[in-house]
Each structure stands twice: as C-alpha cells, then as structure tokens.
Ligand binder design. Structure first.
Ligand code: PMP
Length: 339
C-alpha cells in the first residue's frame, strides 16, 4: 500500500507538468499522526492542506469562489475584495494572480504580521481594521463588502458563499473517502467560515451516514454551544487565528453536526510543539485544535477507529506568537524547554 502510493506520486511528478499552480490545489496527502494514534489506539490521520500552493486549507475555497466568478461572467471587474483572517486572502491572491485577478484583502488588525507581510509580498492591497462585532460597519467583513461596492468589484464573501463548502464537498471529502478506502469512522475540524466542516459533512455523510462529523471549537467561539445546545454563546478567548465563529454562516446553516468538543489553546499548543520535534510536522495552532479534537473524538468512539482531521497551515504563519516566550507568558501559556 505504502509503496503503491509512493509510485503513484513519483510517476505523477516525473511524467506530467502542471499548466498552472491552480492544478496543484487539492489532492493533498493524508498523514498518520503517530502519537495521537498511539495514545487513542485509533488511526488518526491528518489531511496535509499546508501543501497547497498558498500553503493553507483555504486554497480550495478560493479556487471554487474564483471559478464561480468566471461562470457568472462577472467581467465588470478583475478585482476581488475579501474580508479574512488572512489565509483565504492568501489563497485568493495566489490563485487570483494565476487567473488574472487582483485582490484587496480586509483583515482585523490583530491577525499575525506574518500573514499581513506575505499578502503584501504576493501583491495584495491590505486594509486593516479594528476588531469589531459583525454588525458594526468597521467589522472586516462589512468593510470588505463596502469597498467592493464602492469599487464595483467582486465581493467573494467566503462566510456566506456556498462555493466555499462546495469545494470541500466536491474535492476534500472525495479524496478522504478514497484515501481511507471508505474505512472512515469520524471526521473533525474547527469552524472559521464553516466551509471545511460543512462541505466534508455533506460529502462524507452522503457516502456513509454513520461517519461521525464533529466540531473542534476553541474558546471564545460560539460553535460548541450552538451544536450542543442550539444557541451560539462565546466565552473567554483564544490565541488561534482563522477559527472560531459566533454567527450561523450560510455555510453551516441547517446542518446538524454530530457533536462538538471545546479545546483549550494550551492543549492545542502542546500538540503543535510535540509534532515539531517528534514527527517533523510544523503546524499552526488551528491544526493543534483539530488534532486535540480528533483525540477527543477517538476517545469518544473507542479503539480501532479511523478518524481524519485537517492540518490547516504552517507554524511559520504565527512565529511571533507561538515561538515568542514573552507573548506566551503574557497569555499564561506554557511552552517546552527547547523554546
Ligand atoms: N484554520 C485556519 C488557520 C484558517 O485560516 C481557517 C480559515 N478561516 C480555518 C482553519 C477554518 O476553515 P473554514 O473557514 O473552512 O471553517
């Protein structure tokens, strides 16, 4: 099985070339997470979304959103405006550049400097705004809509644009099904827009309704209470970026997930640090939340199960936070001796 996989990958690399980076979105490997699997006696597998061209899970949504713009033949403008924690902006800019679009990316000003710098280097125009509630005109999503209207540009609206979850319904869930040969018991990840969790929910449940689909929710997010009690209440806060949600976005509307787990930043970071030194995986905090969730789901389902989660992006996008002792101390978070 292993050798066969290797041969397919190598053949692909040797015999073919890609017309453009957009052909390299998706088809990411599924990597066994050794320690998580050992401690749960389950098979815990991570979908390596950091290997996408824009180095995050959001490339899939970005590609589907841009393809939809093309279908709609909205040729009024070659500008895309988006409100994002950064990764969707990076995806839209990378894929947009390959498809002839420019981007204006609106972000809350508490997001990592690494993502902001990268976006500028990639050619995006970055607009920073203060953190504000969804209904406030200063909110990054509201501001992105306003800028799009003023410039008569395309507003990609990832939170309520169903092309987002369709990307995962039509690509990620099919890949996971094939890569596990249909032997899958559970899927779990966190919710930012909800596109990844909802798209995989729809795709995987269609293949086998017994697959359990859960949400791993950081503190400060309302999804845990929404899924478990039906209302959306956020308490405390989290250092994670790109995840956590207190609004029922169109991407998650009317979906009944099987359950949710609340995950602390500390348990996510412990996993992130361990994976670097023990498994050679260099992942951002949302991946830590997802893996901590996968461990909880494994314990909930019992031994010998196969559970898939999402490895969203690289740790380097958050270096000034997760490898910064002063920052971690200020948040009351602990870190290993080697830091
Ligand atoms: N992890 C990271 C680092 C992200 O940037 C995002 C996207 N906001 C997610 C996870 C969540 O993905 P989704 O928007 O599909 O819920």
């Amino acid at each position: 099985m292993l050798l066969k996989n290797l041969r397919i990958r190598m053949d692909r690399n040797i015999n073919f070339f890609s017309e453009s980076i957009i052909d390299e979105v998706g088809n990411t490997p599924l990597i066994k997470l050794k320690k998580a699997s050992e401690i749960t006696q389950c098979n815990i597998l991570g979908k390596a979304e950091f290997l996408n061209p824009g180095q995050s899970v959001k490339d899939r949504a970005a590609l589907y959103i841009i393809k939809d713009l093309k279908l709609e033949k909205n040729l009024n403008s070659k500008i895309i405006v988006e409100g994002t924690g950064g990764n969707t902006g990076i995806g839209l800019t990378v894929i947009g550049s390959a498809m002839g679009y420019k981007t204006i990316i609106v972000m809350p000003n508490d997001q990592s400097k690494e993502k902001i710098d990268l976006l500028k280097q990639l050619g995006a125009k970055v607009v920073l705004t203060e953190k504000a509630p969804f209904t406030d005109p200063k909110n990054y999503i509201q501001l992105s809509k306003k800028i799009a209207e003023e410039k008569n540009a395309n507003w990609s609206n990832q939170f309520d644009n169903l092309a987002n979850r369709r990307a995962h319904l039509e690509t990620t869930s099919n890949e996971i099904w094939e890569q596990t040969q249909g032997k899958l018991d559970g899927f779990i990840c966190s919710i930012g827009t909800g596109g990844t969790l909802a798209g995989n929910f729809l795709g995987l449940k269609h293949k086998n309704k017994n697959i359990k689909v859960f949400c791993a929710d950081p503190y400060g997010s309302g999804m845990y209470s929404y899924i478990r009690k039906g209302s959306s209440k956020a308490a405390y806060s989290s250092i994670t970026e790109g995840i956590g949600q207190s609004r029922i976005t169109k991407n998650i509307e009317n979906i009944e997930f099987d359950g949710a787990f609340k995950i602390s930043d500390q348990s996510a970071l412990n996993i992130v640090y361990d994976l670097i030194r023990e498994e050679g995986l260099f992942l951002g905090p949302s991946s830590g939340i997802n893996i901590a969730g996968a461990i909880k789901l494994a314990n909930h389902l019992g031994p010998n199960k196969t559970i898939v989660t999402i490895l969203c992006d690289y740790a380097s996008r958050y270096s000034n936070k997760i490898f910064n002792k002063e920052y971690l101390d200020s948040k009351g978070l602990t870190y290993p001796n080697w830091l």
